[in-house]
Design a protein. Structure first.
Length: 256
C-alpha cells in the first residue's frame, strides 16, 4: 500500500513531472548528435513509458471524467499518445526502414511541448492571447488578404522574369510573406531589375518600396501594436475590476 501511494504521489507531482520533461528534452537534444546511439533511443523509450504510466496513474487517481476535464491533462494525454509510436525505435534496425524510423523518431519531440504547462502564469498568458487574437482578428485577416492578393499579382507580372521567386502563386506567396517580414527585402527588386528592361526595373523598385513601406513597416507594426494593446487592455480590465472590488470592501468597512 505504501509503495502504491509513493508511485501515485510521484506521478501526480507536477514538479517531478517537470524534471522528467526537462531531462527528456535535454536527452533528445544531446541524442541528436549521436543518431546511431542505442543508449539515447532506449532512454527516450524509457521516458515515453514513464509518461504513459503517468497518464494511467492520474486517470486511476482522479477518474477519467475529472482527468479529462483539465485542459492541461488533455494536452499531456494527446502528446503522450502521439509519442507512443516512437517506442518502435527500440526494435527497428537503424539501417532498415529508414523513412519509417525517422518519422517515428520525430514523434518523440512532441513530448517536449509539455514544458509549456510549467510556464509561470501560462493560463493568464493564454487568456490574454485569446483576447488579443479576437481584438486584432479583422486586421490580421486584412493583412493576410493583402499578402495573398499581392502574391497573385506578383506571380502574374514576374513569373517569367524570376521564376524561382514568383514562378507560381504558392512560391510567390512565400516570397511576398518573406518580403513583408523584411527578410532580404532589397534583393527581390534587384533580381527583377537584373532580368528585365530598365523601365520595368525602375517601376518594380518603386512598387516594391511602396509595398514594403505600407505592408512590411506600417502593416506589421499595426498588427503588432493592436495585438499588444489588446493584451494590455485585458490586464488593465483585471486591475480595474480588482480596484472596484477593493473599493466596495472599503465602503462596507466604513458602513460597519
Amino acid at each position: 500500500m505504501g509503495k502504491q501511494n509513493a508511485i501515485q504521489s510521484f506521478f501526480t507531482n507536477d514538479r517531478m513531472m517537470l524534471v522528467l520533461v526537462l531531462v527528456n528534452t535535454i536527452s533528445i537534444f544531446v541524442g541528436g548528435f549521436f543518431e546511431a546511439s542505442t543508449f539515447f533511443i532506449w532512454s527516450d523509450s524509457f521516458f515515453t513509458i514513464l509518461f504513459v504510466i503517468e497518464a494511467i496513474v492520474k486517470i486511476s487517481t482522479y477518474g477519467w471524467k475529472d482527468y479529462w476535464k483539465d485542459g492541461w491533462n488533455r494536452f499531456d494525454f494527446i502528446l503522450t499518445v502521439v509519442a507512443i509510436p516512437s517506442l518502435m525505435n527500440s526494435f527497428l534496425d537503424f539501417d532498415l526502414a529508414t523513412n519509417i524510423l525517422l518519422s517515428l523518431r520525430a514523434l518523440r519531440i512532441f513530448k517536449s511541448f509539455r514544458l509549456f504547462k510549467f510556464i509561470p502564469n501560462v493560463d493568464g498568458l493564454l487568456k490574454g492571447f485569446k483576447v488579443a487574437a479576437r481584438a486584432s482578428l479583422i486586421v490580421i485577416i486584412a493583412f493576410v488578404v493583402i499578402v495573398f492578393v499581392t502574391s497573385i499579382l506578383a506571380s502574374t507580372l514576374y513569373s517569367k522574369i524570376v521564376p524561382d521567386l514568383f514562378g507560381n502563386p504558392g512560391v510567390s506567396l512565400y516570397t511576398i510573406f518573406r518580403y513583408f517580414s523584411g527578410d532580404d527585402w532589397g534583393a527581390v527588386p534587384v533580381r527583377i531589375a537584373q532580368n528585365s528592361p530598365d523601365i520595368v526595373g525602375h517601376l518594380s523598385r518603386a512598387g516594391f518600396a511602396i509595398i514594403f513601406f505600407f505592408g512590411g513597416i506600417l502593416g506589421v507594426s499595426l498588427v503588432n501594436s493592436i495585438f499588444v494593446d489588446a493584451m494590455q487592455d485585458d490586464d488593465n480590465a483585471k486591475i480595474l475590476q480588482k480596484l472596484e472590488d477593493l473599493e466596495k470592501k472599503v465602503d462596507e468597512l466604513k458602513k460597519d
